[in-house]
Design a protein around this ligand. Structure first.
Ligand code: ZN
Length: 674
């Protein structure tokens, strides 16, 4: 049973799939839908069931709040998005004709793309979708459905059709081409009938009036800029009673519920957010952010609001987003153990003792488990969060930086069936190890790279940290990567309980070498060399170790059926080579040996063999792997007894369309036009 008290009558009642958590199907596939260039993946929320009841209840209320702002994002992305989505949803749920024709399939695909992108523009490229069905077909389908099903949408029909079919209308959500009027040529709804020059003047005046204030608010963050009847430029602020007020009312309702079960200091944090939503006062948003960033103790955490400004060409207006999460104790334990043993790793690093740091501190990174994604974090989501955005709050109060483990886990699981490893990994034993330990090897490698690798080692007296010039970032990433590669295969990792055996390193090594020498080339255009410093560093390490171990065939090229494969024959020997290389890279850095660094990078990291490049790209693109991914959310259900909440159940829906129709029916609160 979902608790949704108020519903706007803007949508006809849809035939919605049941959303109650009836069973907990665990053997579902990870990819629940694929269309166009998109795959939709489900993610699991490990650890939810064993949370204390109060935290489960808090997550439930915050998760409800996270779903209530979805319409806001649709409207922010383009003013016609809600009428388009609702027209198509009405058709989708009412059409009783032939659903097997190519045109119907094209219409269904278009609707899924609109759902996924939160509007009619691609979520990544920002270009408007091109429908693969005709306007005549759309109108003929609408003809078969009772007019009353469309309600207010009937009067918007012409607008909706033009938005879908006229390529000159709303061509791009976000235009960033210098020289154009970026506001008039962008289809997002952050500015309405206001030119770029007018908007810039408006905010320049606002900033000038506040000049010298060391703690300025984020001017314009939570409003649409438009003109009133007299032509004067005004802000329509997004708050309770203002623009988007109908959705914000719902968000506030659930946040109040959340505050009622939260404990201090989180209760106060949530109350700051509620006050901000009620008033739209950006000073209160700052107060909320300060309280939020200081709270590092609460196990459950969340983001809910107008946060990121990537969607505004002027970088001022924030899209609505939400995320509910809790600490991943096991993964946090991993980074804590590594940090606690930082000195041991430093003292045993395979480098010249003179270049070891006498005293080293590890940085422990927070890892979280996401329980709900909303707004601009759904269905496509970042895998890390670093907030708040206001510079002065970061300066004076710090920021929170976290990585989201269950999302990367789901990406990894979804990738396992895509044929990639079958295509590029020759030996079954390697494929099995990668399937079993690839993610752990990757996570540990990242932890070691970030928590210890970059901070390790020291410069010789008088050597400038700038000595390696333009090669410094590639060599620095090489050093941190080697530190991680060397140590994931160290017996110490087993001793610390971080890995069960050397097999984890074997999985990581096979994957690293294949990627560095081969598969990462799929991301580079033909005819180009390797430029990006992380890609260069991986190629440098893999090629150098190949060369150094060539005689003993530590790494070997094998050709089968005309296809090239890389095989690691001796993992222990490879680990020794990582150590040997780390010794040399650390020497280069510590001594500022520019010429040696340059020679290594130029010899191993840059040039691409054109025939290999072509082969890798051909084989990769033949796999038809969708480049973009997003997620279905889990669903939660309150379990009550005698009027009291006694548990919260979680389940994992396996159908993207059902979730979209559920959200349309139960979490759609805004009018068609805002
Ligand atoms: Zn790095």
């Amino acid at each position: 049973m979902m608790k949704n008290l108020i519903r706007m009558a803007t949508l006809p009642l849809l035939a919605v799939a049941a959303t109650a958590c009836s069973s907990n199907e665990s053997e579902q596939p990870w990819i629940v839908d694929r269309f166009d260039d998109i795959k939709v993946i489900r993610y699991e929320v490990p650890g939810f069931e064993s949370l204390p009841l109060e935290q489960k209840e808090l997550i439930y209320y915050l998760a409800e709040a996270a779903k209530c702002g979805r319409d806001i994002l649709f409207d922010q992305n383009c003013a016609i998005n809600l009428p388009v989505r609702r027209t198509l949803e009405t058709i989708y749920t009412h059409f009783e004709g032939d659903r097997t024709t190519a045109e119907w399939k094209a219409l269904e695909k278009y609707l899924k793309k609109v759902w996924f992108a939160n509007g009619i523009h691609h979520h990544y490229s920002n270009d408007k979708f091109v429908p693969e069905f005709t306007e005549e077909y759309l109108l003929s389908v609408i003809e078969t459905i009772d007019e009353s099903a469309f309600g207010d949408l009937n009067s918007l029909r012409g607008e909706v059709c033009r938005a879908i079919f006229d390529p000159t209308l709303y061509p791009t959500k976000l235009n960033q081409k210098a020289g154009d009027d970026l506001l008039l040529t962008s289809s997002s709804n952050y500015y309405n009938g206001v030119t770029q020059a007018e908007a810039e003047r408006f905010y320049a005046r606002m900033a000038a009036a506040d000049k010298g204030n060391p703690t300025p608010i984020s001017y314009g963050l939570n409003s649409q800029l438009t003109k009133d009847q007299s032509g004067k430029i005004v802000e329509r602020v997004w708050h309770l009673g203002g623009m988007y007020g109908e959705a914000i009312e719902q968000i506030v309702y659930w946040l109040e519920k959340a505050a009622s079960v939260a404990v201090e200091p989180q209760k106060t944090t949530i109350n700051h957010l509620i006050e901000y939503y009620k008033t739209g006062d950006l000073k209160l948003f700052d107060a909320y952010n300060i309280a939020w960033v200081k709270d590092i103790e609460s196990n459950v955490d969340f983001v809910n609001g107008f946060i990121e400004d990537y969607g505004d060409a002027l970088g001022r207006k924030a899209s609505w987003e939400a995320n509910v999460n809790f600490k991943d104790t096991e993964a946090c334990h991993r980074t804590e153990v590594i940090s606690e043993n930082a000195q041991w790793f430093e003292d045993n690093a395979p480098i010249n003792p003179a270049y070891r740091k006498p005293e080293v501190k590890g940085v422990s990174a927070k890892v979280i488990t996401v329980a709900m994604l909303g707004g601009d974090c759904y269905p496509a989501t970042p895998i890390g969060i670093n907030l708040p955005n206001a510079d002065w709050i970061r300066r004076d109060h710090g920021s929170k930086s976290v990585t989201i483990d269950n999302i990367t886990y789901a990406y990894d699981k979804a990738a396992q069936g895509n044929g990639f490893n079958e295509e590029f990994v020759l030996r079954a034993e390697d494929r099995e190890r990668i399937a079993k330990y690839g993610k752990l090897a990757d996570d540990l490698h990242t932890d070691l790279h970030e928590c210890l690798g970059h901070g390790s080692g020291r410069l010789a007296e008088g050597v400038s940290p700038m000595a390696l010039g333009s090669y410094s970032s590639t060599l620095e990433e090489t050093r941190a990567d080697l530190f991680g590669l060397y140590y994931i295969g160290d017996p110490k990792m087993v001793e610390l309980g971080l890995v069960p055996s050397f097999d984890v390193a074997k999985a990581g090594y096979a994957d690293y070498i294949m990627n560095g020498m081969m598969t990462q080339l799929s991301r580079i255009e033909l005819g180009k060399n390797v430029e990006e410093s992380h890609m260069r560093n991986r190629k440098l390490i893999a090629e150098w170790c190949y060369e150094q171990g060539k005689e003993q065939k530590v790494i070997e090229w094998v050709v089968e059926d005309g296809k090239r494969y890389l095989v690691v024959n001796d993992f222990e020997q490879l680990r020794a080579l990582f150590g040997k290389m780390l010794y040399e890279i650390q020497r280069i850095k510590s001594e500022g040996d520019f010429e040696a660094g340059k020679a290594l990078v130029e010899q191993y990291a840059v040039q691409v063999d054109p025939a290999l490049h072509q082969e890798v790209r051909d084989r990769y693109f033949a796999l038809n792997i969708e480049p973009y991914g997003g997620f279905v959310n889990p669903e939660y259900q309150l379990v009550e007894a005698d009027g009291k909440v006694v548990d919260v159940k979680i389940c994992y829906p396996a159908n993207y369309t059902d979730q979209m129709l559920n959200y349309a029916a139960n979490y759609s609160f805004l009018p068609n036009i805002n």
